[in-house]
Write a protein that binds this ligand. Structure first.
Ligand code: PXL
Length: 281
């Protein structure tokens, strides 16, 4: 696809390196024209800060969509991240119908939680709405926590095996009807990675890196943005999944020397030249 236009729908956390403040620079560095639709504006993300502001933009969504339709603005791909309400999910479905090309790629990161817990403001009812929202997505990118909530089953932090992961990705694909990249997969304490289920090939591809201990906020957004950029650059599902692991790990490593001070996100900026180099033919 020549010069594809991607629309990313998620919040703006003004400070904290997640959602749109990660998606935009990463996708731009990857050469992808990216339009945005902020679902909300927060002073910071909700993972560790208290007293953050939250401006809900739900009612702006149909107005923005109507203006784009009037201007004949259409997108080749829609990538969604953190979405705050059922109403927003409904509006986004309308956007995919009305503002995206009929063969547009629809990529959903069902952002809801991590490490076995839902983020502030999310509940099981929203997880059920998200499970319905996934229908029709070409690729979904849940982490292990989100997978458990989407499938309404207990979260396993460790001690699971390949047949379990393969059952997860196949059932998740049953929700969307498309491909699945499950993140945060680990069969061995020292390694962490992803399982990419390719629906057409009915195959599961694994990719692991050395685990960096600790939990790093915003890595899911970094991963999903890089993956989306990779797909739009023409990489296969598997190659885009691998590239996104490599870049995310690179960005985590950039953060380590300053981890105390930089607890709220990952210092991905200094890893961008690596990402750009990886995309050179
Ligand atoms: O990184 C996911 C994310 C996105 N947006 C907001 C968040 C979080 C995770 O906590 O709080 C506002």
């Amino acid at each position: 696809m020549k010069n594809p236009k991607l629309l990313s729908i998620q919040d703006i956390s003004c400070f904290g390196q997640c959602s749109l403040t990660v998606a935009l620079p990463v996708l731009s560095a990857m050469g992808i024209e990216t339009a945005i639709l902020p679902s909300a504006v927060l002073s910071t993300h909700t993972g560790g800060f208290t007293g953050f502001t939250f401006r809900d933009l739900t009612e702006d969504i149909p107005l923005i969509s109507a203006h784009w339709a009037k201007e004949h603005i259409t997108f080749d791909a829609v990538y969604t991240g953190y979405i705050g309400s059922k109403k927003q999910l409904e509006y986004i479905k309308e956007i995919v119908k009305n503002n995206a090309k009929s063969d547009a790629l629809f990529i959903v990161d069902p952002v809801m939680g991590d490490n076995g817990k839902l983020y502030h403001g999310f509940d099981e009812e929203f997880a059920s709405e998200m499970a319905l929202f996934l229908r029709g997505a070409n690729v979904i990118l849940p982490n292990m926590t989100e997978a458990a909530y989407l499938l309404k089953e207990p979260y396993l932090a460790e001690g699971y095996d390949m047949p379990y992961v393969e059952s997860l990705v196949r059932r998740l694909s049953g929700l969307s009807g498309g491909d699945v990249v499950l993140t945060g997969v680990s069969f061995d304490r020292d390694k962490l990675g992803v399982a990419a289920y390719n629906k057409t090939k009915d195959s599961v591809h694994y990719y692991f890196e050395e685990r960096v201990s600790g939990s790093f906020h915003g890595t899911g957004d970094l991963y999903a943005s890089t993956f989306s950029g990779g797909l739009l650059r023409g990489l296969s599902l598997e190659d885009a999944a691998d590239l996104a692991v490599d870049f995310t790990v690179r960005a985590i490593r950039e953060t380590l020397p300053d981890r105390e001070e930089h607890w709220y996100g990952v210092a991905f900026e200094s890893a961008l030249p690596y990402l750009i180099k990886r995309l050179q033919p």
